[in-house]
Structure formats: C-alpha cells, structure tokens
Ligand binder design. Structure first.
Ligand code: NAD
Length: 286
C-alpha cells in the first residue's frame, strides 16, 4: 500500500498529505482541489479526474466536510465507487454519520472493496505534527494493511471494532469536546464579569482537576480573542447533530449535547459558522 489517493485538501487534509509525502508514500490528489498546487510542490501527483486518481492507487482516503460530500465523491458524476477494484481499500477520515458509513461499507463490499471509517481527533495542530488520534472501524485485515499509512499521520491509532465503530467513537469525542468548550466559555465569562484575571485563572486551573486540552488551548484562544479556525463551529454543529441522531436511534437521551448543539446553531445563525468552535463564548458575552 504505497500509492495513496487523497480527496479533500482543507485545514486537515493538506497537512495530512504533507506528512504522507514526508513518510515516502506516493500521493495522488485532484488537480482542482484548493491546495493542489501547494502539495504538488511537496511531491504529490495531480490527477485530472477521480477515475484517473483511483486507477493510480492502492488506497483512497477522503477528508471531506460531511456525509453529502463523501457520498458525492463516491456516488456522484464520475463517482469513485464505479472505478474501485477488489483489493483496493477506501478509508474515510472525515467525521460523518455512522449510518451513512455503514451503507458505504456494504456498498463497497459489493465491488470486493474493503472500507475503513477512520475519523481523527487532534485538530489542525495534530494534523500538522502527525500526532492525530485515529479511531478505526472495519475489518482487522484492512486495518493492518492501512496501519503504516495511519502511522504517518497519527500517534494514537486504535482499531475500535466493526464498520461504523470509528464514527460512533468520534461522535462521543465531539460530545465531550463541545460540552467542555461550553463549560470553559461559561467559566471564563463568569470570571470576566466578576473582574477576575483570566490568564491567572487559566494558569491555576490547568494544575488542578479541571485541567484539559480545551481549557489549555481554547482558554488561551478566548483570552487572545483568536477565533481563526482551527475547527469551524459549523462543522462542530454538524458533529453534535450526528451524535443526537445516533442517540435518537439508540434511545439514549443526550441532554447536554442537545443544549450545546442549540448554542452552536445560534452561533451559526448569527454568522459565526466559519469561526473556530472556541467562539462559542461570544454567544455568552453577547
Ligand atoms: P475544510 O472545510 O477545511 O476542508 C474540507 C475540504 O474538502 C475543502 O478543501 C473542500 O474544498 C473539500 N471538498 C468539499 N467537497 C468536495 C468534493 N465534493 N470533492 C473534493 N473536495 C471537496 O474542513 P476540515 O477542517 O479539513 O475538516 C474535514 C473533516 O475533518 C470534517 O469532517 C471535520 O469534521 C473533520 N475534522 C476536522 C478537524 C479540525 O480541527 N479542522 C479535526 C478533526 C476532524
């Protein structure tokens, strides 16, 4: 598995491709993608169409915003499902619905193609440093074949279970991150209103039981008023809705998730969808 097709060169996809190239994989991308010329300079091959890309590779990775985009790449005009052959592997590293994921796995199986759902956590920083956590659903055989590729992009790589298990795990991750951002935002807004120094508060809390990467990184973002994404709030809203849909299907009442999802919807409605998810604090300040 040396030749890799990569579709979706956004905030996450571009640094992931650069790390694959650094690890000596051959990477093929679509020439119309936003960052194509940048990754070409680092050694990526540009392909004129999805069918040409698929013919050149052993494994295809997608890193796209949501289920509709992954479905468009698979099933749309010149969709790659019609070009994939037995022995190739399809790996979706985007965060999408577990239900869509299961359908993709079973549709590809009809072509003799194995699929893995392999969403990631660690953000842009983790994508750049090749330290992503990667949570994988699918067969052990496909996981073991893809493992060296994952190791070029991440550090904490776990085969969770069958098709969809990676996406369920990612939905749980997003619930914890979303609710923690809300907690940090409320604490910082309250402290600010009371005239407490936010830098000193962050510093002392980082040494106690409330310590978290969210308090660390997003606490600093709130202090610096730095809401450049990072992770766009509109994408986190999408993930909270995936968690709610999954909770609904499994009869689990996700009270906190529902409240934070509502806050994220409000943030998108007020025009902040493209800002980092730490900008959830702006709603409280308003
Ligand atoms: P992004 O919006 O920066 O990038 C998405 C890329 O997909 C863009 O370059 C866009 O041009 C491309 N694209 C969209 N539709 C396409 C199509 N049909 N064909 C080819 N390319 C297409 O998003 P991102 O932040 O890189 O996130 C990608 C995925 O990773 C999302 O599912 C997100 O939830 C997840 N994720 C993001 C982060 C983060 O911190 N940004 C962290 C973990 C997981």
């Amino acid at each position: 598995m040396k030749n890799i097709g990569f579709i979706g060169l956004g905030i996450m996809g571009k640094p992931m491709v650069l790390n694959l190239l650094k690890a000596d994989f051959s990477v093929f991308v679509l020439e119309k993608s936003a960052a194509a010329s940048e990754v070409k300079l680092a050694g990526a091959e540009l392909c004129a169409s999805p069918s040409i890309l698929v013919q050149s590779v052993d494994l295809v990775i997608t890193m796209l915003p949501d289920s509709p985009e992954v479905e468009a790449v698979l099933y749309g005009d010149d969709g790659i499902i019609r070009h994939m052959k037995s022995g190739q592997i399809f790996v979706d590293m985007s965060t999408i619905s577990p239900l869509t994921t299961k359908k993709i796995h079973s549709d590809l199986a009809k072509y003799g193609v194995e699929a893995l759902d392999a969403p990631v956590s660690g953000g842009q920083v983790g994508a750049e440093a090749a330290t992503l956590s990667i949570m994988v659903g699918g067969s052990s055989k496909a996981f073991n074949q893809a493992l060296p590729i994952f190791q070029a992009m991440g550090k904490n790589i776990v085969h969770i279970g069958v098709a969809g298990a990676g996406q369920i795990t990612k939905a749980c991750n997003q619930m914890i991150v979303g609710m923690t951002i809300q907690a940090v935002s409320e604490a910082f807004t309250l402290a600010n209103q009371a005239g407490v120094d936010l830098e000193k508060m962050r510093e002392v809390l980082l040494g106690g039981f409330a310590q978290s990467r969210i308090l660390d990184l997003h606490g600093q973002r709130i202090i610096d008023r730095n809401f450049k994404p990072g992770f766009k709030i509109k994408l986190h809203k999408k993930d909270m809705n995936i968690a709610l849909e999954t909770g609904n299907a499994l009869n689990v009442d996700l009270i906190g998730t529902a409240q934070v999802a509502q806050q994220m919807s409000k943030a998108v409605e007020m025009g902040n969808g493209e800002l980092d998810h730490s900008s959830l604090v702006l709603l409280l300040e308003k």
